[in-house]
Write a protein that binds this ligand. Structure first.
Ligand SMILES: Nc1ncnc2c1ncn2[C@@H]1O[C@H](COP(=O)(O)OP(=O)(O)OP(=O)(O)O)[C@@H](O)[C@H]1O
Ligand SMILES: [Mg+2]
Length: 583
């Protein structure tokens, strides 16, 4: 077992490599552009502008404190400083106390405004990022429902689920990290301008040191973090698969007593997944410590050097304090950029995943009305699941309205496949299906499917009551539900319980196999279909119940078209045509 799961892991890795190689041609920038609507782009520009304002406010908030304290402790400084002197004269203040009172008032208003601005700003930022999550999840879900059935069978439900729940969230985190990075870049540019004005030499030295560091960090730590991001997507998939596998085969796994293996597999996937978080969250702020350590080491070394060489610190104190100030202001911003950058590397894989899902081609199927008054014709139908392995070839069949047709044949012969072609779940590779001479294609498939009541081989009921399971998203009409339940021979049972409010349990676990099957029959009848399709629908029932239900079905199918796949002869003895399917 360990071997197979290991093999599977390798397969997943190969798949990941392939898929990322395939799409890496498209740059992150273009992916984001594809994932943004026009409105998003406008909001983004507005946010960038808001960020610019925010940086100015923040810079001002920090730099205004110094003069305030200076003036408070030494009012004469008001006249010594050019700007404050001008302001003093312009407003014609009577004394320095009045000036200081006005100054305090303005500062107070300014700080309140700054706080409100900050809150509003972070609301807008969060709103944008989380609305993006909603948008991604919604679009992924739409895309999943648009998949053709064949594509759906080739995908894994756990991956679809993971992408909608986790990857969409992380892709929105990716965008959030980029936004925050953008905000910091604006802040840094502003501070750089300030620093350049103060001392360009200092600025260049600082730039070189920072650039070298940033380069080294992005080349090492960021790459490790990005790998962790890829790994977490892969482990997230394994994690969900183990849960699905266990909960879906609960009884069998219990019987096998294999819980130990399952627990071990879960333990491994879960703890490794958490491990990627531990690594990435630990590494992400590492640049902060590296940069700070290097920055302050240089500061100390510079002080020591100057002390030794000039033996007089007083002369260089202004330069050193400027340098310290620069470190103090620019370093945190650079740190935050690196941290955002690193986290965005971690979430990058999620962006790729949802991009791949969203650009996946699905055909648009339309609702053009289609009439079925006379016949369904299958002409030269060919169908295959795998290239050059046709399941159905050169198949011709005419079904007249009102026909009761049985399909028989060995297991795996292709009966279900054939029925799925007729009901528009699969599309033929070649040949046509015509309804009263009108070709079945993407323009009318949806309205064709609506005419069909389908009762499958295995039924999936979701955790809810009988009524919800029967209407399956349609409007609840209690009377009609009771009526179809009676027709499906399940009403007697339901009456003894909660009627149409009887809870079926997850997957219908609280019902017997036959009861589930009868709910499925009621479900099919509820939409008043023109064509009833039974794919071994009654195979789970005992002879007596089955013949009762078949009586009912033949009754409700009066005047309707009935297509039945069954093994028991008694089920199909009333069919006018029997078609033997063998590949
Ligand atoms: N999604 C799929 N992808 C690939 N092969 C498939 C798929 N579904 C069915 N097949 C293959 O197509 C063949 C026909 O399957 P089908 O379900 O139509 O048989 P059937 O006659 O309904 O059998 P049964 O009586 O056991 O239900 C089988 O060999 C099966 O392995
Ligand atoms: Mg079948």
């Amino acid at each position: 077992m360990a071997k197979t799961s290991h093999k599977k892991q390798i397969k997943i890795k190969d798949f990941l490599k392939q898929s990322s190689a395939q799409y890496s041609k498209v740059s992150d920038f273009n992916k984001i552009r594809y994932l943004m609507t026009r409105r998003d782009k406008v909001i983004l520009l507005a946010l960038l502008f808001a960020t610019f304002i925010l940086s100015i406010l923040e810079t001002f908030a920090i730099s205004i404190i110094m003069p305030f304290i200076t003036f408070a402790s030494n009012p004469d400084m008001i006249f010594a400083n050019q700007i404050s002197n001008k302001i003093y004269n312009f407003f014609d203040f009577k004394n320095t106390l009045d000036f200081m009172i006005a100054f305090s008032g303005i500062l107070l208003v300014f700080y309140v405004f700054r706080a409100i601005y900050n809150i509003a700003y972070s609301y807008c930022l969060n709103r944008f990022a989380f609305r993006k999550y909603h948008f991604f999840a919604y679009r992924l879900f739409c895309k999943a429902t648009e998949l053709s059935y064949l594509d759906f069978t080739n995908k894994n439900a756990d991956i679809i689920r993971r992408n909608i729940v986790t990857e969409a969230m992380q892709a929105s985190h990716f965008i959030q990290q980029l936004l925050m990075m953008g905000a910091e870049v604006v802040t840094i540019v502003l501070m750089y301008i300030l620093l350049l004005i103060i001392s360009w030499k200092m600025t260049i030295v600082l730039t070189i040191i920072l650039a070298v560091n940033v380069f080294l960090i992005t080349q090492t730590i960021s790459k490790v973090i990005q790998k962790q991001g890829i790994l977490q997507a892969e482990l997230g998939e394994q994690f969900l698969k183990i849960i699905t596998k266990t909960l879906g085969n609960f009884k069998i796994i219990k019987l096998k007593g294999e819980q130990q293996n399952v627990l071990k597999a879960f333990d491994e996937a879960s703890s490794r997944r958490v491990g990627t978080q531990i690594t990435s969250q630990t590494l992400a702020p590492l640049p902060k410590f590296i940069l700070e350590t290097i920055g302050f080491c240089i500061l100390i070394a510079a002080v020591a050097y100057i002390l030794i060489k000039y033996n007089n610190a007083a002369a260089v104190i202004p330069i050193i304090s400027m340098y310290a100030l620069a470190l103090y202001r620019i370093l945190p911003a650079v740190n935050r950029i690196l941290q955002n950058y690193n986290m965005s590397r971690y979430y990058k894989r999620s962006l790729e995943i949802i991009y791949e899902d969203l650009i996946y081609h699905t055909e648009y199927e339309d609702n053009k009305p289609i009439d079925f008054k006379n016949k369904i014709e299958l002409k030269n139908i060919e169908f295959e699941y795998m290239e050059n392995k046709p399941i159905i070839k050169d198949f011709n069949l005419t079904i007249n309205k009102g026909d009761k047709i049985a399909f028989v044949g060995k297991s795996g012969a292709g009966k279900s496949t054939l029925i799925d072609l007729i009901i528009g779940i699969y599309k033929p590779k070649s040949g046509v299906i015509e309804i009263d001479g009108v070709k079945l294609d993407n323009s009318n498939l949806r309205s064709w499917r609506k005419k069909i009541g389908y009762i499958p081989q295995s039924v999936f009921l979701f955790d809810g009551n009988v009524a919800e399971n029967i209407v399956l998203g349609d409007k609840i009409d209690k009377q009609k539900i009771i009526e179809v339940c009676k027709k499906a021979n399940i009403w007697d049972f339901l009456e003894q319980n909660d009627g149409i409010n009887t809870i079926v349990g997850d997957g219908g676990i609280k019902l017997s196999g036959g009861q589930k099957q009868r709910i499925a029959i009621a479900r099919a009848l509820y939409s008043e279909p023109e064509i009833l399709v039974l794919d071994e629908a009654t195979s789970a029932l005992d002879n007596e119940t089955e013949s009762k239900i078949m009586d009912e079905i033949y009754d409700v199918a009066e005047g309707k078209t009935l297509l039945i796949i069954a093994h028991r002869l008694s089920t199909i003895e009333r069919c006018e045509k029997i078609i033997e399917v063998n590949n």
